[in-house]
Structures are given as structure tokens and as C-alpha cells.
Design a protein around this ligand. Structure first.
Ligand code: NAD
Ligand code: 0WE
Length: 268
């Protein structure tokens, strides 16, 4: 029997088969969890329905949810409450800033509107989902999980306002953990190394970032959505019952290295 048998999770952030959220759904399903999903808009609906079907979930467990909308967030949990009598956790794998914020020198390209959008979609949405999930999670020793990136703590060219939003998101992990811990809910984050997903497509020089990161990492390679998925399944399970308010790095160790031991392209 899988280590998530009998547990029910909502997965927010599936956009393609390469999404980190898809790797997480795969691992959670393998470990016996029942899953529900949201999709950002109608354009993504059919892809999410297809993924849901693969993981044994029908259309009744798939909900539209643009996280900018309080109404849609509320409707997700209203709908979920009709299908399930409780919820063991929510996976938040959502991040967005307007494209023009992610190309160029931070002080040249940052705008008030870009800052607002990045923080609302990438950070506040985790708090909003936690609040909306709270009634269904009461008394179940549930888990909330989000996805972050090390550019919250050390600068990365062009990541810009997303770095600020990830710093805010990581602080929200700690405040939500303190707030919800007394009712048994654990709150954690995974800081993933760079992975080629839709959110990474269109980012200039992403290939060289992947190469640099692989060369820098103690494991001398990049990580996969399967590896992030396995860590996520663990953190949302009772195996992690003592872990809350933590950011777990799944990056092959890259964030701990100051000076690369190898240049990209060099063999070890
Ligand atoms: P992805 O493009 O597959 O997923 C991003 C998701 O965010 C999509 O499902 C998209 O629909 C959703 N989203 C964006 N705006 C939304 C909105 N307004 N309402 C609802 N959903 C919205 O990319 P991914 O890389 O799997 O990203 C998932 C998470 O992982 C993000 O938080 C990202 O910052 C984080 N992350 C990614 C990497 C990487 O290199 N790919 C590394 C570390 C952390
Ligand atoms: O969190 C992310 C991606 C975040 C992201 C990506 C986009 C592209 C399309 C947020 N908003 C948008 N908006 C768009 O219009 N990552 C960790 C992947 C990523 O993105 C980068 C990176 C890395 C790594 C952007 C610049 C530099 C490095």
C-alpha cells in the first residue's frame, strides 16, 4: 500500500505533461492518493482533464481556477466539498509575472503593476488557497505545499520581481505554518532547481542556465519533475509528520555551492 493511501489532495498548477505539478500528481497517485485538479482557463481545461483521467479522477474533480479570482477560489472548495467530506492537502505550483518584468536589468524594467501582479499570483494566491481550504482540512493533520526557487535568496539575472515574490512566498510558508500548526496543518515549500517547463519556455538563455546549474551542482546534473514529485509526495505524507515551515531544496545541491568546480561542458 502506498504511503498516501486514503488521502485526498488538490493540485493547482498543471499546464502540461512537463509541469512540476504533473510530476507531483504522478508521485502522489502512485502512492495511493486521490486527486482533484484546477485549471487556469478554458485553454488548459482539456489538458488538465486528460491528466486527471490518467490519475483516476473524473471531470467532477476538475475545477476552473484563476487564482486572481476570490470567487473562483471559493467555488473550487464549494465544489470539492460536494465530492469529498474532507481534504488532506493542497499543492500550489503557480507562478507568474508579466513577461516584460523578466527581461533586463531589474531597476530598468520593474513596474508597480508588474510587482503587484507577480506578488498576487505567485505569493498571495498560496495564502488565499490556504484560507479557502481550511474548513475542509480541519482535524485531518493535512499539509500545504508550494514551489519556490533559490532566486528568492540570491540574485539570478532576469528573474527580477519573481525573486521578490518568491521571498514573500517563502515567508508566507512560515507565517501559515505558525498560524495553522495548532490545528494540525503542516506548511512547507520545495525549492526546485531549474527545469524546462512552460514557465521556463521563452526565458532567454534558459539552456545555458541549465548547463551552468548542472556544472555547479554536487550531483553534476539537473533535477526532474519526478524527483520534485517524490519529495512533494513525502512532504505531504505522514512520513513527514515532524516537518513544517521548511523549505526543502531539490536542486542536486546547487544552491550550497558558491564557486562551480567545473565549467559547463567540461567532463568530470
Ligand atoms: P508550468 O508553466 O508548467 O506551471 C505554472 C502554472 O501556473 C501553470 O499551470 C499555470 O496555469 C499556472 N498559473 C499561472 N498564472 C495563474 C493564474 N492566474 N491562476 C491560476 N494558475 C496560474 O511551470 P512550472 O515550472 O511547473 O511551475 C510551477 C511552479 O514551480 C511555479 O511556482 C514556479 O515558479 C516553480 N518553480 C519552477 C522552476 C522551473 O525551473 N521550472 C524552478 C523552481 C520553481
Ligand atoms: O519560477 C519560474 C518561472 C516563473 C515565470 C515564468 C514566466 C514566463 C512567461 C513567471 N512568469 C512568467 N511570465 C511569462 O510571461 N522559474 C523558476 C523558471 C525560471 O524563470 C526564469 C528563470 C528560471 C529558472 C526567468 C529568468 C531567469 C531564470
Amino acid at each position: 500500500m502506498g504511503f498516501l493511501a486514503g488521502k485526498r489532495f488538490l493540485i493547482v498548477g498543471v499546464a502540461s505533461d512537463r509541469s512540476i505539478a504533473t510530476g507531483i500528481a504522478e508521485a502522489m497517485h502512485r502512492e495511493g492518493a486521490e486527486l482533484a485538479f484546477t485549471y487556469q482557463n478554458d485553454k488548459l481545461k482539456s489538458r488538465v482533464l486528460k491528466a486527471a483521467e490518467r490519475y483516476g479522477s473524473n471531470e467532477a474533480l476538475c475545477f476552473p481556477c484563476d487564482v486572481a479570482s476570490d470567487e473562483q477560489i471559493q467555488q473550487v472548495f464549494e465544489g470539492l466539498g460536494k465530492q469529498w467530506d474532507g481534504l488532506d492537502g493542497v499543492v500550489h505550483a503557480v507562478g507568474f509575472a508579466p513577461g516584460n518584468e523578466l527581461d533586463g536589468n531589474f531597476a530598468d524594467v520593474a513596474t508597480r503593476e508588474g510587482f503587484r501582479i507577480a506578488h498576487e499570483i505567485s505569493s498571495y494566491s498560496f495564502v488565499a488557497l490556504a484560507q479557502a481550504a481550511r474548513p475542509l482540512m480541519k482535524g485531518r493533520n493535512g499539509a500545504l505545499l508550494t514551489l519556490t526557487y533559490h532566486a528568492s535568496r540570491q540574485t539570478v539575472p532576469n528573474y527580477n520581481v519573481m525573486g521578490l515574490a518568491k521571498a514573500s512566498l517563502e515567508a508566507s510558508v512560515r507565517y501559515l505554518a505558525s498560524s495553522l500548526g495548532p490545528e494540525g496543518t503542516r506548511v512547507n515549500g520545495i525549492s526546485a532547481g531549474p527545469i524546462r517547463t512552460l514557465a521556463a519556455s521563452g526565458i532567454k538563455k534558459f539552456r545555458s542556465m541549465l548547463d551552468y546549474n548542472a556544472a555547479k551542482a554536487p550531483l553534476r546534473r539537473n533535477v526532474t519533475i519526478e524527483e520534485v514529485g517524490n519529495t512533494a509526495a513525502f512532504l505531504c505524507s505522514d512520513l513527514a509528520s515532524g516537518i513544517s515551515s521548511e523549505i526543502t531544496y531539490v536542486d542536486g545541491g546547487a544552491a550550497t555551492v558558491s564557486m562551480p568546480f567545473e565549467e559547463p561542458g567540461e567532463e568530470s
